[in-house]
Structure formats: structure tokens, C-alpha cells
Design a protein around this ligand. Structure first.
Ligand code: FAD
Length: 407
């Protein structure tokens, strides 16, 4: 076919709305221009992080102190109900704005960024998007204006293998009775309410999983000790033991058996938050390395004049930008694959960037009196919580093969 005729026929094809719809998922381009509101949120959170988080991050980490005052201030700014409608006290933001906020907060203090990310992406968004009016009244309104919420899926015997959870839900008249132990529940020590995933029949595997809302002051709820962890030490995570906890039927989110799908969809969102959190940690490590390299003199000149240091800083900046772009895409074009890719890349990049930061700072990189080692410790968990790196890679591979009819 002659070039002119080809162009003409392509033009005709592209004009067909149906064909356009078919081509849309194959489109390889992605562009992002932050809106005025998104830029405003970025500036607001950046200033907040500089003023309120960065100066205290090291002490909170060393003492393992929960950032109570900082979370209170974030609540006053509306950022603990970021996507919730304004009449419920939220900011009615989109996911990209929330991801931008998490990145900037994590840049100031990784623990605070993590707490805000889990509360918003895993708790608030689930209740806001899937809850009934009664559930929103009881489990959302106050959680936008001060109370913390959490998400209890993992168990001592089931992390990545979600379908094997053993917390049991038994029907008893107008109630469900929950028994079992959850592990690693972020902010559970400080929280007032939690989402709990339990099975109505372990034989049913993922088809038995059901999602419940549980007030943490209910009879039979016991919290474990704060887990001692290597990074994000100002955040808390603990076991949650449920012993004959009776909750009304109306506290079930969705129908019995729908919990697995709910959990997976919420983890897609959580991975955007963790990718943003990892990008913030990486950006902070890059900032730390540049500040240090500018003032440290070796061989009669600043480190920024040494080719090997320039090379490291260059690689660090490329990794940070790559993480940011994938995170922005995941927050804009929602899909399991995009979220997994953003988390996979941002988690790995955060560790690599933090490692370069330690190296550029030499001996001081290892000293607990400087920020580099904290960035290094903070970056590690981003490859574990919200779904381990290995599972993200498997998810990406699955969708890659599916898109290419190769499953
Ligand atoms: C600080 C922190 C906070 C957390 N917060 C929460 C929370 O708020 N709520 C919550 O529910 N959970 C939370 N978690 C739990 C977290 O989500 C799990 O630790 C994580 O999903 C991994 O589960 P696991 O620890 O049981 O590891 P496992 O599932 O036992 O995996 C261990 C290793 O085995 C390999 N592996 C396992 N499965 C696969 C697979 N399918 N393919 C390839 N390799 C595999 C990987 O190398 C993996 O790293 C938190 C964890 C931490 C550390």
C-alpha cells in the first residue's frame, strides 16, 4: 500500500471510537502535568515536612517515639482524610495528590509518611469507597478528624499467602464472632478502629475471606507489644489478638466471601502509597548526599568535583525520578500492574539510593549521628510491607504475559 493510502486508512481507523477504545490499553505514552491543586499540596507538605518533620525525625527514630503531635497537625490540615469529601472534614483529593503528600511527608520523616499512607490508603479509602452510610458514620467521620485507623490482614502464619489466613468468623444471630491473631498491624497501638479480614471457612481458601470493621475497644480485643524494627522506628506495628469478639452483622464490608477481592484492591492502592513513601526516602537520601558532598573537601576540592561522586549522585537522581514517574503513573492510571511496578521499582531504588548516600558520606555514613544510616534502615522495609518485592515481580510478570496472550 502506498504511504498516502496507508495514512488515509490509518486516519480512518483512528477515527473509529470503537477502535480507539480497543487501542487505549495498548497506548505506551504517559504524561503528567500537575494541576494547581496538586502543586499546592506538594508545596504545603514540603513546607510542613521541612518545618515540622525533618528537625525531629532523627530523635523520633532513635527514641522510637510515635509522632503524636505531627499526626495531630496533619489532621488539622485535613491530610488524614485526604480523599474524603469536604463535608466529612476531608480534602476531597485524588490519589495522585495523596501520593504526592505521602512522598513529601516521607522525605521529612519516613515514619510519619508511613503512618499517613497506611491510614489514608488502607483504612480511610476502604471505608470511604466501600462502607455503608452507617459504617461511614461510625468508622470514617471521626477518623478524618483525629482517630487513627488500621488494616489487619497479615497473620503469624500467613503474609504473602493471604488465602491461608486462619482468623475465623462465626455467625451467631445478628452478630459475627471473631477469633484469631493478626500480626504487624501498623498504628494498631494508637488506633481506635481496624479493618479485619477473617475466613468464614478455611476450606474455601480465598472464597471464604470476609472483611469486617472492628472497634478496638470491643470486648476480647488484645493488642501485643510494639514490634522492635530496624527502620521507620517512630511508626508502630503490633499483633492483634481477637478472642470471641462479637461485632454486629452491619459491620461487614461487602458480602461474606468478598473480602479477598477487597483486600487485593486495597493493596493495589497501598502500593501506590508505599512507592510514594519509598520515593520520599530516596529523595531525602539524595538531598543528604548532595548537601554533604558540597561541603566536604577531599584532595583540595569539594566531593562534588570528584567524577565518582558525580557519577553516584547522577545515578541517584535518575533512580529517584524513575520511582516518582512510576508512582505518578500508578496513582493516575490505576491497575494492579502499575501499582506493583511502582512499588517494585521504588522500593529497590530507595535502598540503592540510600546505599550511595552512605558511601558518599564515608565513615559518617555509618554514624548514627548523621541521617544517612537512618535513610538506609528506613528504605529497607519498603520492599517488604504492602507485599514483598518478589510477589510484585510475579504480578508484573503475570500481567505482562496476559497482555501478550502468553499465559
Ligand atoms: C513494618 C511493617 C508494617 C506492616 N504493616 C502491616 C499492616 O498494617 N497490615 C498488615 O496486614 N500487614 C502489615 N505488615 C505485614 C507485611 O505486609 C508482610 O510482612 C508482608 O506481606 C510479607 O509477609 P511475611 O512477612 O509473612 O513474609 P512471607 O510471605 O513469609 O515471605 C517471605 C519471603 O518469601 C518469599 N516469598 C513468599 N511468597 C512468595 C511468592 N508468592 N513468590 C515469590 N517469593 C515469595 C519472598 O522472598 C519473601 O520476602 C507489615 C510488615 C512490616 C514489616
Amino acid at each position: 500500500m502506498a504511504a498516502g493510502a496507508l495514512l488515509k486508512s490509518s486516519h480512518f481507523i483512528l477515527q473509529s471510537a470503537n477502535t480507539l477504545r480497543q487501542l487505549a490499553p495498548l497506548c505506551r505514552s504517559f504524561s503528567v502535568q500537575l494541576s494547581e491543586q496538586q502543586c499546592y499540596i506538594q508545596e504545603l507538605c514540603r513546607n510542613f515536612a521541612e518545618t515540622h518533620l525533618k528537625p525531629k525525625a532523627s530523635k523520633l527514630d532513635k527514641d522510637g517515639l510515635f509522632p503524636t503531635e505531627e499526626i495531630k497537625k496533619l489532621t488539622e490540615l485535613g491530610l488524614m482524610g485526604a480523599t474524603v469529601s469536604k463535608d466529612l472534614g476531608g480534602l476531597q483529593l485524588d490519589y495522585l495528590s495523596l501520593a504526592i503528600a505521602v512522598e513529601e511527608l516521607s522525605r521529612g520523616c519516613a515514619s510519619t509518611g508511613m503512618i499517613a499512607s497506611i491510614h489514608n490508603f488502607l483504612y480511610v479509602n476502604l471505608v470511604n469507597e466501600r462502607g455503608t452510610e452507617e459504617q461511614k458514620e461510625l468508622f470514617l467521620k471521626d477518623y478524618v478528624t483525629g482517630k487513627l485507623g488500621c488494616f489487619a490482614l497479615s497473620e503469624p502464619g500467613a503474609g504473602s499467602d493471604v488465602a491461608s489466613i486462619s482468623t475465623i468468623a462465626r455467625e451467631d444471630g445478628d452478630y459475627w464472632v471473631l477469633n484469631g491473631t493478626k500480626s504487624w498491624v501498623t498504628s494498631c497501638i494508637e488506633a481506635w478502629g481496624t479493618i479485619v479480614f477473617a475466613t468464614i471457612d478455611p476450606e474455601l481458601k480465598h472464597k471464604g475471606i470476609t472483611c469486617f470493621l472492628v472497634p478496638l475497644d470491643a470486648e476480647g480485643v488484645f493488642r501485643g507489644r510494639k514490634q522492635p524494627i530496624m527502620g521507620i522506628r517512630a511508626a508502630t506495628a503490633c499483633d492483634l489478638n481477637l478472642q470471641n469478639v462479637r461485632i454486629p452483622r452491619s459491620y461487614t464490608v461487602g458480602a461474606p466471601g468478598e473480602g479477598f477481592r477487597t483486600a487485593m484492591a486495597q493493596l493495589d492502592q497501598a502500593r501506590i502509597g508505599i512507592a510514594a513513601h519509598a520515593t520520599g526516602i530516596a529523595q531525602s537520601a539524595l538531598d543528604t548526599a548532595i548537601d554533604y558532598a558540597k561541603q566536604r573537601v577531599a584532595f583540595g576540592k569539594p566531593l562534588t568535583k570528584l567524577p565518582s561522586v558525580i557519577d553516584r549522585l547522577t545515578e541517584m537522581s535518575v533512580l529517584v525520578e524513575t520511582s516518582r514517574l512510576l508512582t505518578y503513573r500508578a496513582a493516575t492510571e490505576l491497575s494492579t500492574k502499575n501499582s506493583a511496578m511502582a512499588k517494585y521499582v521504588a522500593g529497590r531504588n530507595a535502598l540503592t539510593v540510600a546505599d550511595h548516600c552512605v558511601q558518599i558520606m564515608g565513615g559518617k555514613g555509618l554514624s548514627t549521628e548523621y541521617d544517612a544510616e537512618r535513610h538506609f534502615r528506613d528504605s529497607r522495609g519498603t520492599q517488604i510491607y504492602g507485599g514483598v518485592t518478589d510477589v510484585q515481580k510475579r504480578l508484573i510478570g503475570h500481567f505482562l504475559l496476559k497482555e501478550n496472550d502468553a499465559l
